[in-house]
Design a protein around this ligand. Structure first.
Ligand code: HEM
Ligand code: MYR
Length: 415
């Protein structure tokens, strides 16, 4: 049995901070291998990237999620007791609950709500001196997803709830105030949504049939029991928070249109081109860096031994930039998706494998739908200028965002 190439340093957590999204790729380059071992957060961790690694990682016979997520990630980003940490039949049942919300007509409804909210803001932007796209799109998505999910939201509460949803996303890898704001935001958001769930269950708050609120508040586990209110809140937040997170991809799409203006016309003209453009934005820009799991039962793979309980990380960003899968990986080129046949282990910004049987993101269709509508709006329904500002992405910061949060000016309606 070969030994997995290993970093010698007693702990690489500092290197992870230094290298950010490039940590695993840099290790792979050092060891000339798509698999190596390092100590991260004081624990031996196998790092994987590439197609074969992704395929292995999404084999649910070999890996489990129980105990895989660090406390700092649970207490900010995902919560405790949600679908992300479940395995086997319990996971399948919970995941089916999420997927049942994602019908084509529900996706269209959410998309229409976002379009309507966006169009209602353009006249306000026309009168503004400068518009921060990230903040504005965050609030548009917050209003739309709450209306869609059946969660009441007063106009006066939009900015505050949006700030809390943003804080949970910004916090998991951060130190200091950015991390603690995320913990506070989670506690506050869970209280808010627990109350919404309880009012829906008592009948005080009518939840539209098929809405995320109705489905989650009414869900019965395989034993016929409803979810404890706190868990239902974690799961409803697993719909609200990541839908708002699509604002980061909208900013990346705006950045791509700015850096590659030749795509503006092509994206406006064709539905298929818009799809390729959106896929390339998801592949190219840094968002969710890695997914984590533990070895369920010991096994051997490609001559290497994986002991039971070992923590394993799959490099999502590095797989999306693997030169064997993506020629000239750092070049932004939507044309690479022109005849793409789809590969569940090559394009993995939102995880790989299958949606129902594995942990692949439940919201991938929502994400693609909302991104397509956003690029159509940015190229078709409005014009704007992009003044000089700091748009440089820092790959050490997870999750990444241009420091200016994408400022536009001189906004005009075009139809
Ligand atoms: C899981 C990324 C949007 C709901 C995940 C995972 C990633 C991810 C990387 C974990 C995959 C794994 O553990 O193997 C993203 C990104 C998004 C996004 C970058 C862009 C904004 C959404 C949306 C929703 C959503 C819009 C729902 C409305 C979920 C849920 C899970 C998940 C429920 C847990 C799935 C499971 O454990 O089985 N997402 N996501 N996400 N995502 Fe997303
Ligand atoms: C969501 O809200 O679930 C979707 C988007 C969140 C992305 C957050 C990226 C966090 C960076 C570090 C997390 C490490 C996870 C193992």
């Amino acid at each position: 049995m070969a030994t997995i190439p290993a970093d010698r340093s007693p702990d690489s957590t500092l290197a992870l901070r230094r290298d950010g999204y490039r940590f695993i790729s840099n290790g792979c380059a050092r060891h000339d291998s798509d698999i190596f071992e390092a100590r991260l957060l004081l624990e031996r961790t196998i790092c994987l990237r590439g197609r074969a690694g992704a395929q292995l990682f999404y084999d649910t016979d070999r890996f489990e999620r129980h105990g895989a997520s660090p406390k700092r990630v649970q207490r900010t980003l995902v919560g405790v007791g949600g679908v992300q940490g479940l395995d086997g039949p319990a996971h399948r049942d919970r995941k089916a609950m999420f997927m049942s919300i994602m019908t084509p007509s529900a996706l269209r409804q959410l998309g229409q709500l976002v379009d309507d909210e966006w169009r209602a803001r353009i006249p306000v932007w026309e009168r503004a001196d400068r518009v921060v796209l990230y903040d504005e799109v965050g609030q548009i998505l917050t209003r739309a997803v709450c209306a869609w999910a059946g969660v009441p939201l007063a106009e006066s509460a939009v900015a505050r709830r949006n700030a809390d949803l943003h804080a949970m996303i910004a916090a998991p890898a951060a130190l200091g105030p950015r991390h603690w704001r995320g913990r506070l935001a989670r506690r506050r958001s869970e209280r808010w949504i627990t109350d919404v769930v309880e009012r829906a269950r008592s009948g005080a708050l009518p939840a539209p049939p098929g809405s995320a609120l109705a489905v989650i508040a009414g869900h019965l586990d395989p034993g016929g029991r409803p979810l404890p209110p706190r868990i239902a809140a974690v799961e409803l937040l697993n719909v609200l928070r990541p839908t708002v997170a699509v604002d980061r991809y909208v900013v990346f799409a705006a950045l791509a249109l700015h850096d590659h203006p030749q795509w503006r016309e092509r994206v406006r003209a064709g539905e298929e081109t818009a799809e390729c453009f959106v896929q390339e934005v998801r592949r190219h820009y840094p968002f969710f860096p890695v997914a984590g799991a533990r070895v369920r039962r010991a096994f051997d793979w490609q001559g290497y031994h994986f002991p039971q309980g070992r923590r394993v990380l799959l490099d999502l960003y590095g797989t999306n930039h693997h030169p064997d899968l993506w020629p000239e990986p750092d070049r932004f080129d939507p044309d690479r998706f022109a005849n793409w046949r789809g590969d569940p282990f090559a394009l993995v910004p939102q995880g790989g494998g299958e949606h129902l049987a594995g942990h692949r993101c439940a919201g991938e269709w929502i994400t693609i739908e909302l991104m397509k509508r956003a690029v159509h709006t940015l190229t078709g329904a409005m014009r704007y200028d992009v003044p000089p500002q700091n748009l440089a992405l820092n790959l050490r910061r997870m999750p990444a965002l241009p420091p200016s949060r994408f400022v536009i000016r001189n906004v005009r309606r075009t139809r």
